[in-house]
Design a protein around this ligand. Structure first.
Ligand code: C2O
Ligand code: CU
Ligand code: CU
Length: 474
């Protein structure tokens, strides 16, 4: 009798225990399942977040002192669930660093994470030691103090980590931000320039979520799984309220691997005024704008004659942001016919020519047959000497849809795309150029600052898995 009772209570305890264990298991299984979009994409949407402008702590107008705190945190993208994220001076993404041509800039980067990171200024023309590539690691609890003088024309650039093997992960979780360079010309042009009002940054990224709210970042041997949700400035399902008039958008594709083709739902055109490295010579009417990871464009849209009260920004046939138009047109800005003069990079009669063969296999890849090696310098380049670089995408097994080729420490010019003069949108300064399967791009390039720099595919998973090389300028 007694032993029977013991047996029964033992059984009951075992049963309760296994139910508990099962419950916990099921909880974790469900938490890890993908979260369907209709569970967080509400009808009314969320107002587009506008990144703050990073305060310059130095009162001298010719010198800027900035502080960036790299931190981890939680972000509420979904309304009823928190997501673990990384950010600069906040929980996701970072503030806009606004600097001026000729200005002396000093930035203190404090790493509050419990792992290493680096901070690279994508598109900025600086010495190798200030570039923030994989050689400038910032250990947990430590700081890095780059200083430089802004040595290029007005442009929209960006910043993100560049730690060997960890770039894709750290950017996915939120480490990215914009840099605006102003100059005399950009200040003089009568373009929209009220930050956050008629001059709007758009940091576009694809993401997926799990049921517990965490990011569902998945890659496979075959490549990268693209996210089902397009976020802008860390806003899911965004809407933006603007006045009827000219609105300038500075668009960055900050996705790890996804390409976008932006257009407007009413079929009206976007006037492209800038590419990666600054203004085009003249504005360009475009119905659709292709943007690969790392690339930027600036566009102006004239909403003054719109009859509809909402226009949607599209990528392909996916709606990515509702633009609500209000007010009357009191706008006095205009897009001038001439924006700047793009001086061609002068080449000698017999310029040094280098060829870069991009090959990928699923998620990994090589350049000229080599996977990246921190201890190998792939190319030696002479300071201030213009060269021709030819970039070829020779395909490969399990090939992805082309590689955005990026070079640090300079802005280059495209000479030809598949033997032909490049399309007008590629006739300004660029630092990232898309090379599709079978394509061959020639660029003229010159380095005015010494040091060790990277070139790589800006699909971050490719970069992390071998499609990167380094060169020394001296
Ligand atoms: Cu956007 Cu090597 O960087
Ligand atoms: Cu870069
Ligand atoms: Cu690639």
């Amino acid at each position: 009798m007694n032993t029977n009772r013991k047996k029964i209570s033992l059984l009951a305890v075992a049963l309760i225990m296994s139910i508990l264990v099962l419950g916990v298991l099921i909880y974790f299984l469900v938490a890890g399942l993908p979260l369907p979009r209709n569970q967080y994409e509400t009808q009314e949407g969320n107002e587009l977040k506008i990144p703050s402008l990073l305060p310059d702590l130095n009162p001298d107008p010719n010198t800027a002192d900035f502080v960036l705190d790299v931190q981890s945190g939680e972000t509420n993208f979904l309304g009823n669930r928190q997501t673990k994220t990384l950010g600069y001076n906040g929980s996701y993404l970072g503030p806009v660093i606004r600097i001026r041509k000729g200005e002396k800039v000093h930035i203190q980067v404090n790493n509050h994470l419990d792992f290493s990171t680096t901070l690279h200024w994508h598109g900025l023309v600086v010495d190798g030691e200030q570039d923030g590539g994989p050689h400038q690691g910032i250990q947990p609890g430590e700081s890095w103090d780059p200083a430089f003088t802004v040595d290029q024309d007005a442009a929209t650039l960006w910043f993100h980590p560049h730690l060997m093997g960890e770039t894709a992960n750290q950017v996915y979780y939120g480490l990215a931000g914009l840099i605006y360079i102003d100059d005399e010309n950009s200040e003089k042009l009568n373009l929209p320039k009220n930050y956050g009002i008629d001059d709007i940054p758009l940091i576009v990224q694809d993401r997926s979520f799990k049921r517990d709210g965490s990011f569902d970042y998945r890659t496979s041997m075959m490549g990268v799984v693209s996210g089902d949700t397009i976020m802008i400035n860390g806003t899911v399902n965004p809407y933006l309220n603007v006045n009827k008039g000219n609105v300038r958008f500075r668009i960055l594709n900050a996705s790890n691997s996804k390409n976008f083709a932006f257009s407007l739902s009413d079929g009206s055109s976007l006037q492209q005024i800038a590419s990666d490295g600054g203004f085009l010579e003249a504005p360009l009417e475009r119905k659709s704008i292709f943007l690969a990871p790392g690339e930027r464009v600036e566009v102006v849209v004239d909403f003054s004659k719109n009859v509809l009260s909402t226009v949607t920004l599209m990528s392909g046939n996916q709606s990515i942001m509702a633009i609500n138009l209000a007010g009357t047109n009191t706008d006095a800005t205009e897009v001038p016919d001439s924006l700047t003069t793009v001086m061609p990079i002068q080449l000698s009669d017999n310029p040094k020519t280098r060829v870069f063969d991009l090959q990928s296999m699923g998620i990994s890849g090589t350049i000229n047959g080599n996977a990246f090696d921190m201890d190998r310098i792939d190319e030696e380049v002479r300071l201030n000497e213009s060269e021709v670089w030819v970039i070829r995408n020779s395909g490969g097994m399990m090939q992805s849809s082309g590689h955005p080729f990026h070079v640090h420490g300079t802005q280059f010019q495209v000479i030809s795309r598949n033997g032909k003069i490049p399309p007008p949108q590629e006739r300004g300064y660029k630092d990232t150029v898309f090379v599709n399967v079978g394509e061959e791009i020639a660029i003229r390039i010159r380095f005015t600052h010494p040091g060790i720099f990277m070139y790589h595919c800006h699909i971050l998973e490719h970069e992390d898995n071998g499609m990167m090389g380094q060169f020394k300028v001296s």
